[in-house]
Design a protein around this ligand. Structure first.
Ligand code: ATP
Ligand code: MN
Ligand code: MN
Length: 299
């Protein structure tokens, strides 16, 4: 039982029946979050996280010595990995991809020192047809947070004009992600072209604020509308995933009207995320809102 500062004493969190070695190992030194604390966090957010991480190829950031230690970006199996992590065939990969199908799998990832979970935007049953678009907003140096919020709202409006409903989350790093659910009908190529179309049109319409190409030189004071999360094999951090950065931040789903200068990209952390479970799930209609990718607009 942990005591949060000034707050109520939390109920003990029951972990699924999965082996967790060295539960007291500290993963985020600055805030004292341990491996056990990470597992408990995931047990609590699991009902809201599940549909975004199960049965998808995953890339992981594994940091066996914690966020301050050496981390590995990893898409394939490793020696001694939990039996609750499953392997799946990607026809374009010689090695199987990794996935989870339940909470045990997620705790299995924690057992392996996973501090970040980055799913594909496609399900294992439909690997060639993405079921979401992720527009990743990356502020360059000198960009103020309210401008990032404006960019997200701009993306939302452009998606809405094409008939797509979108949802916003903090990245847990520096930016925001605007995510639109799709019925998995169009192939990667089309979804990526569509996302590029949104990014290009924003850069064309306001080149003083937005860029759509990943050239650092151009980014000073500008926001990169990074559409490249939408290619086959590309990944983006999952809703509710922790980040291997100071403070144990998480990528937190928000309601659109929650966007505010007070809630920065790493505002939500392992420590304050759980209290949000008392408020309505801002992404509860995510999958209900899925539509097929619209046909590209003629210029
Ligand atoms: P931020 O808000 O700080 O931009 P982010 O999660 O959007 O946070 P980006 O740097 O914009 O981070 O995107 C990096 C993406 O690239 C990740 O989502 C990840 O899925 C992918 N990626 C590919 N290779 C790597 C790697 N070696 N290390 C980390 N991420 C990688
Ligand atoms: Mn980003
Ligand atoms: Mn990016």
């Amino acid at each position: 039982v942990r005591e949060s500062e000034g707050g109520p004493v939390q109920e003990p969190v029951e972990l699924p029946d999965v082996r967790l070695t060295h539960p007291d190992r500290v993963y985020w030194e600055d805030v004292g979050v341990t491996k056990q604390g990470l597992a408990e966090y995931y047990v609590q957010v699991w009902p809201r996280m599940e549909s975004f991480v199960v049965n998808r190829p995953l890339a992981l950031v594994r940091c066996p010595d914690g966020a301050a230690g050496q981390c590995f970006f990893q898409k394939h199996a490793w020696k001694g990995q939990s039996k609750d992590i499953i392997l799946a065939k990607d026809p374009e990969d010689d090695e199987p991809v990794i996935a989870i199908k339940d909470l045990k799998g997620l705790i299995g990832l924690v057992q392996g020192g996973t501090l970040e979970i980055h799913p594909w935007g496609a399900n294992l049953k439909n690997l060639e047809k993405p079921d979401w678009i992720n527009m990743d907003l990356d502020p360059g140096p000198g960009v103020e947070w309210p401008e990032v919020i404006e960019a997200a709202i701009e993306v939302r409006e452009r998606l809405a004009a094409c008939g797509l409903k979108s949802f916003v989350k903090t990245s847990g790093g520096k930016g925001l992600h605007v995510v639109a659910p799709l019925k998995p009908k169009a192939p990667w190529e089309d979804v990526k072209a569509f996302a590029k179309g949104i990014a290009d049109s924003m850069a064309e319409d306001d080149s003083s604020r937005y860029v759509a190409t990943v050239s650092k030189a151009k980014r000073k004071g500008k926001i990169l509308i990074d559409y490249l999360r939408n290619g086959r094999g590309a990944t983006a951090v999952a809703p509710y995933s922790t980040r291997s950065r100071d403070g144990a931040p998480v990528s937190m789903p928000l309601a659109w009207d929650e966007l505010s200068p007070d809630i920065g990209p790493a505002y939500f952390t392992v420590e304050n995320a759980v209290q949000r479970l008392a408020v309505d799930d801002p992404w509860k209609d995510f999958w209900k809102a899925a539509v097929a990718l619209p046909k590209p607009k003629k210029k």
